[in-house]
Design a protein around this ligand. Structure first.
Ligand SMILES: [Zn+2]
Length: 332
């Protein structure tokens, strides 16, 4: 039997968060930890207590396309996608990494968040939770109606295995449009229409509004964002144990982004940056430039909340978390 990894406790202002990084995912590796969080790239995460598997914005296809922050890689031998091309999931890559899922939480329906949701939902039977646009895309893609759950933002839902507060949020400000072309054509739609039909071109993936999720699983509270913005009054007082915070440079378009957010949510013990990697290259390509780009975000966290720990996640490498708050009354 696999020996649980030893943990390192980090006492933090009345909180105790033990963060363990296991070599590979295994139910027996849970040991005393309560949940494991694994980074899937871009804004994608797997959160599990060893029984229930929750995915957030799982996007494993990592299509070769121009993004606001990264050009395509010349050495990348895969086909290049433009906004006029039909978007196709990389099913072999998804299947190599995702075997089980019970719930899929989607923050918004841009291609780099939503594309792979239908394939994963169909293969796992997972319930898809998201905006009307998310549900319209999933339905158009053949996900059975019984697996679709529309949320508006403001809901606080009990799913038995876990609960989730659906947090109204905002998308980051994209001053440099993705897939910039000499003739970009008409502006993208705001939402994916309810009668949408396949195939979807990249340009059809409308944002459809943006949500964040406060997930409560096995005593641990994880606040997950999928973009570089938030509504301060909607997150104020949430006090998560772990915050997944969008860290791409677009955050600089938002006034005092990092400090204002950390203050609003009570300086969480652990921050995991999300939406920070170069997500238009395969998993094996070096992320050194993205890690360098991320350093300014780490500095912002350190300056705003010196006792908050930040871990730069590695793909598919579980981070085990046990969180206990001394004052349960503070928990929401
Ligand atoms: Zn987006």
């Amino acid at each position: 039997m696999r020996k649980p990894p030893s943990g390192r406790g980090v006492p933090l202002s009345g909180l105790f968060v033990s963060v363990l990084v296991a070599a590979s995912f295994s139910v027996t590796a849970f040991g005393q930890s309560r949940i494991q969080i694994s980074y899937l790239g871009n804004a994608g995460w797997q959160i599990t207590d060893g029984k229930t598997v929750i995915l957030v914005d799982p996007y494993l296809s990592r299509l070769k396309l121009q993004t606001p922050n990264d050009p395509v890689l010349a050495d990348d031998k895969r086909p290049t996608f433009t906004r006029d091309d039909i978007a196709v999931s990389d099913e072999p890559t998804i299947d190599a990494h995702i075997q089980h899922a019970d719930f899929i939480l989607v923050t918004h329906t841009h291609v780099d968040h939503a594309l792979d949701v239908p394939h994963i939902a169909k293969k796992t039977g997972a319930t898809v939770i998201g905006t009307e646009s998310t549900i319209s895309y999933a339905r158009a893609s053949g996900v059975p109606e019984s697996q679709l759950f529309t949320v508006k933002g403001g809901d606080d839902l009990e799913f038995g295995a876990f609960s989730a507060r659906i947090v109204p949020s905002l998308h980051g400000i994209l001053r440099r449009a993705p897939n910039t072309a000499p003739n970009p054509g008409p502006p993208p739609p705001d939402v994916i229409p309810i009668d949408a039909k396949l195939p979807f071109r990249l340009r059809d993936f409308a944002e459809g509004g943006t949500l964040a999720y406060l997930v409560r699983l096995n005593g641990v509270r994880i606040l997950a964002f999928g973009s570089m913005n938030y509504i301060e009054r909607e997150v104020k007082g949430l006090r998560p144990d772990v915050a997944l915070i969008g860290a791409m440079p677009e955050r600089r378009e938002i006034y005092n982004y990092t400090a204002r957010l950390l203050d609003a949510i009570g300086d969480p013990p652990l921050v995991l940056p999300t939406h920070w990697d170069r997500f238009n290259v395969p998993y094996g390509v070096s992320q050194q430039s993205a890690i360098e780009r991320l350093q300014s975000f780490l500095a912002e966290v350190k300056s705003a909340s010196p006792r908050t720990r930040v871990i730069i996640p590695e793909y598919f490498k579980p981070i085990s978390i046990q969180a206990q708050r001394n004052n349960p009354a503070q928990r929401k």
